[in-house]
Write a protein that binds this ligand. Sequence first.
Ligand SMILES: [Zn+2]
Length: 162
Amino acid sequence: MAAPHGQQNTFYIPSSVEQEMSKYMFASLPQEACGVVLGEAAAGGIRISRFQPIRNVAPDPLHHFSLEDTEWIRCVFNEPQLIGLFHSHPRTTPIPSNEDLRNLPIFAGLLQIYFIGSPDLTAESQLKMLLKGYQIHASIDSSIGMSHVQSYSLQPAQLCVT
Ligand SMILES: [Zn+2]
């Protein structure tokens, strides 16, 4: 249940889940961490229920992520609440990279939301994660009578830690 174009969705994320993502991201350094996010549509947005880490099997995991196939496929078939993807940017900000946008069609048909986490380098003492959530938006082309997805984009969503 995606919000109509132009309307901003809110992602409600329990602080325990946010902390699991954060812990996993820091434990995976210097490599990129990745995983899936489970949840469901709720009034005014999407309620996240769980984070499920998935092994990053990219040949160069310092700069890329690639979900381990078996675990990813198991989630696709066994997790009815599969709703989003998470990965980390260990050395940059949690803004989608060109590569992220290029790879979006691989996942976008199955998912609604996209999280990116980065270490907060301005945090003085503790390990703190900067987390950004994006709504996966499909632009539909129905000009020839048959609707098909033309392209996908990521639109920043509001995050509400509960
Ligand atoms: Zn990325």
